[in-house]
Design a protein around this ligand. Structure first.
Ligand SMILES: Cc1ncc(COP(=O)(O)O)c(C=O)c1O
Length: 408
């Protein structure tokens, strides 16, 4: 028999990753203290304090006392678990309260709470499309949107990043089946914003449904933090479905799909990633409700204090500029670069930056530098630490003589 042994295959593949210096390792966070965290390398390796520039807790809500207080209160009442799936007996009043609050916040007719953003993206594409249909996507969309198209069994057609003309070409090339045009609102690794108004026009002209993943835009962009769709002046008429994740700016876990009521109801009744999984624990829903209320209140307060009501204060530009200097055509070098960056903070005080991983480094020839960092409330000095560390890594990779006194 010629059937390959899986154990032999995975050993070969692992060795290849080692040889190509693409092996991914987990670092364990032992404790957090504001922007700093104590991190242990590998299994039981050395520990060190680093500045965290790669988490998604953009508004600092994950440890806000109102959010953790709501979690504790609801856990005391309803326990730790979700008990069952929504269509059995897991649908809880705390879920309903969160769905209503998010629909109200985002000025959408309906919202559906799901276990995570990954599951929600699978759910949307799987429930809406099937064989003979087409899902047209930006080529830098999150992996969950790509996986959703695979699960749906539809055709997946990708267009060049942020290129509405490309989207139009792909839709025109598949005129027969039903079509979903899907894009991240804010792209997770580059931090740029999709050309939403152009995509909305194209979707309308091509009778496609526009779906925008607001994972990195909710709570951050637009009036009251409503996201990139709201910031572009679009509503649910133009963008019938949006994804809101709870694990990023809102500091919790889970996700909601918001939009037109009939589409949302269809998901609740048919989406496999919604039906065949345990409901989110009600305590997590209660925590996210508190986070939503807090995010709205903070943004209103910022505007009352003289802000413009535009994006919440995030400063991506310095990180983006520094990261752009590190672009490299070799994926293995990109991985080495990240390792060096994570180790770049061994200078005075032991406080260095914990760099964000770059998933595209695994794609041969197409590494991109991470450019989206949760630095909105970061002190200037911490930003300087990051920029200095990036500059040192850049110098080292470029083979330049290390600056006197640096230790990387
Ligand atoms: C753009 C985007 N969409 C979806 C997800 C998945 O969200 P979750 O972490 O809630 O599964 C992520 C998470 O990294 C993301 O960056």
């Amino acid at each position: 028999m010629s059937r390959p042994l899986l154990t032999a295959r995975i050993a070969t593949l692992r060795q290849q990753r080692i040889d190509q210096q693409r092996l991914r390792v987990r670092r364990t966070v032992l404790r957090r203290d504001g922007m700093r965290c104590e991190v242990q390398a590998g299994d039981g390796g050395a520990t060190r304090w680093l500045l965290d520039f790669c988490g998604n807790d953009y508004l600092g809500l994950a440890r806000h006392y109102t959010v953790s207080g709501a979690l504790q209160d609801e856990a005391a009442r309803s326990g730790a678990g979700g008990v069952a799936s929504h269509l059995v007996c897991g649908h809880h009043a705390a879920h309903v309260a969160l769905e209503l609050a998010v629909a109200d916040w985002l000025q959408a007719p309906a919202a559906l709470l799901l276990g995570s953003g990954y599951l929600a993206n699978l759910a949307v594409v799987q429930a809406l499309l099937g064989e003979g249909d087409v899902c047209v996507q930006d080529r830098l969309n999150h992996a969950s949107l790509i996986d959703g198209a695979r699960l749906a069994g539809c055709a997946l057609r990708r267009y060049p990043h942020a290129d509405p003309e490309g989207a139009l070409r792909q839709l025109r090339a598949a005129p027969e089946g039903a079509a979903l045009l899907a894009s991240d609102g804010v792209f997770s690794m580059d931090g740029d914003i999709a050309p939403l108004r152009a995509l909305a026009l194209i979707a309308r002209a091509q009778r496609a449904t526009l779906y925008i993943d607001e994972a990195h835009a909710t709570g951050v962009l637009g009036e009251e933090g409503r996201g990139s769709v709201a910031a572009a002046g679009l509503d649910h008429g133009a963008v019938p479905l949006r994804l809101v994740t709870l694990g990023k700016a809102l500091g919790g876990y889970g996700a909601l799909v918001v939009g037109e009521a009939d589409l949302v109801r269809h998901l609740a009744e048919t989406a496999r990633p919604y039906i065949y999984t345990t409901a989110l624990p009600p305590a997590l829903a209660a925590a996210s409700l508190a986070a939503v209320q807090r995010a709205r209140r903070d943004e209103l307060a910022a505007r009352a204090a003289g802000g413009t009501g535009g994006p919440l204060p995030r400063r991506r530009a310095p990180a983006r500029a520094a990261a752009a200097r590190l672009r490299h055509p070799d994926p293995a070098a990109a991985l080495r670069r990240r390792r060096a960056r994570a180790g770049a903070g061994a200078g005075a005080g032991g406080a260095g930056p914990l760099g964000r991983r770059d998933p595209s480094a695994n794609r041969a020839g197409r590494p991109r530098a991470p450019a989206y960092h949760p630095v909105g409330r970061t002190h200037e000095a911490q930003l300087r630490t990051l920029l200095d560390a990036l500059a040192r890594v850049h110098d080292r990779l470029a083979g330049a003589t290390a600056r006197p006194g640096t230790d990387i």
